[in-house]
Design a protein around this ligand. Structure first.
Ligand code: PMP
Length: 452
């Protein structure tokens, strides 16, 4: 692919016409957000964007300017923004009954649990619904501890599991951890990703050595037995990092030898994001507990912990209640999402477009030395920027420059990794080949414009 002159670049055509925006002006929204919202809320870009409308893979600002969305609300909006089918189901439900609580029966929560279990390996058939990924992981860890009667949980370095006590404790990126006591008896094994591994050799050898280190960690830092091993099949916030295909089988085996159950955090990787329905399917393992959220509701707060009945039963030992979890509206969204993914072939599109996008990124890598690594599966892709391919020094400022430049060309990206030098590309799964061609042209220009 050769570079296109910036003046002749054009987003693929789209016949959606955004509605005129009648809300407060951008500078007022910015000013009042700074004044009244918690300062912990951060924005992308030197000049934060006001986004007021969405249509499938596109977002619109208050002036009606269209953007190709390669972030999807942080891997959430997989069916596409304001997908008509999902929106209609939500509206239909909200007009009839918004909330009554799980102390009464409602068909949506039951139907959703049934359909979710049909998407998972046999035995993973009992669901508990939550409002977020953090909540789902917190609950999964609690279930694992109650079920095993043990406390110690092993996570993986550069993993991200949430912002609550145990999930922040299991998160292994200092940038996302407050100095607060967190969850107790939590440990972090080496990440098997070969790009920044402390070990050397082939990716498979690195995976094996990473599991050996995990065994050492358990022997040294726990009572020699654990409650759980929790991992993202492909780390999202960590920068789309993952090990060779042999990693998970060995890691699960080790965790089970020490008495632990295996939790697959599918909050980012679930529902087709990686080109398979679930991330663990890439690695030939079957977890004991699966957690999910994000894409499950396509933007509605909906998460779940799905596990085997014997593990799920620990929750009946006390009263436990989640006011909003699995409410009829969120569940209606979940039902619509499951249908849209199947009917529109989104898992297949993720696999197909993802392979095309990755090949395009590899092509860019061959021409831009700053692209140290290109990785990912399906439409969970990343390009890691380094100022020197040998030392792999993170080029974090360059990543910011690429984001600003892409935004000028109407493409919105994400950023991640411990050093913030990884471009994260996670578009809605309905993205087209023409969109990807456009994104690659924009990235080509943005990478060429970097000033280190
Ligand atoms: N697990 C993973 C893998 C995530 O990426 C996230 C969110 N980035 C979470 C858990 C936490 O989800 P939530 O923000 O919905 O609490």
């Amino acid at each position: 692919m050769s570079r296109v002159a910036p003046s002749s670049l054009a987003l693929p055509a789209c016949d959606h016409r955004p509605r005129p925006y009648a809300g407060p002006p951008r500078n007022e929204v910015l000013r009042d957000r700074k004044r009244y919202c918690n300062p912990g809320l951060f924005t992308f870009y030197q000049e934060p964007l006001l986004i007021v409308e969405g249509h499938l893979q596109y977002l619109y600002d208050e002036t009606g300017r269209r953007y190709l969305d390669l972030l999807a609300g942080v891997a959430v909006v997989s069916c596409g923004h304001s997908h008509p089918r999902v929106a209609a189901r939500i509206k239909e439900q909200i007009d009839r009954l918004q909330h009554a609580s799980t102390v009464y029966l409602h068909p949506n929560i039951v139907e959703l649990a049934r359909r979710l279990s049909a998407k998972l390996p046999e035995g993973l058939e009992v669901a508990y619904f939550t409002n977020s990924g953090s909540e789902a992981n917190e609950l999964a860890v609690a279930m694992a501890r109650l079920y095993t009667g043990r406390s110690d949980v092993i996570g993986v370095r550069t993993g991200y599991h949430g912002g609550s006590a145990a999930t922040m404790g299991l998160t292994a990126l200092h940038t996302w951890k407050f100095p607060l006591p967190a969850g107790g008896a939590l440990h972090h094994a080496v990440c098997p990703d070969p790009y920044r591994s402390p070990f050397s050799g082939s990716p498979e050898e690195i995976a094996q050595q990473s599991v050996e280190e995990m065994r050492d960690l358990i022997a040294a830092s726990t009572p020699g037995e654990i409650a759980a091993f929790i991992a993202e099949p492909i780390q999202g916030v960590g920068g789309v990092t993952y090990g060779a295909p042999n990693y998970f089988e060995s890691a699960y085996q080790a965790a089970r030898e020490f008495g632990g159950v295996c939790i697959s955090d599918e909050v980012q990787t679930g529902f087709g994001r990686t080109g398979r329905y679930w991330g663990f399917e890439h690695f030939g393992v079957v977890p004991d507990i699966v957690t999910c959220a994000k894409a499950f509701g396509n933007g509605m707060p909906l998460g779940a912990v799905i596990t085997r009945r014997e593990i799920a039963e620990v929750m009946a030992r006390r009263l436990h209640f989640n006011t909003f979890g699995g409410n009829p509206v969120a569940a209606a969204a979940g039902l619509a999402v499951l249908e849209v993914i199947d009917e529109e072939g989104l898992v297949e599109n993720s696999r197909k477009q993802g392979a095309y996008f990755k090949a395009g990124l590899r092509d860019l890598q061959s021409r831009h030395p700053i692209l140290g690594d290109v990785r990912g599966e399906g439409l969970m892709l990343a390009a890691e920027l380094v100022s020197d391919r040998k030392t792999k020094k993170p080029a974090s400022r360059a990543a910011l420059q690429v984001m600003e430049s892409a935004r000028r060309h109407q493409v919105l990206l994400g950023r991640g990794g411990l050093h913030g030098n990884v471009l994260r590309l996670k578009p809605p799964l309905c993205i087209s080949r023409e969109d990807i061609d456009y994104a690659l042209q924009v990235l080509d220009i943005a990478l060429a414009d970097i000033q280190l």
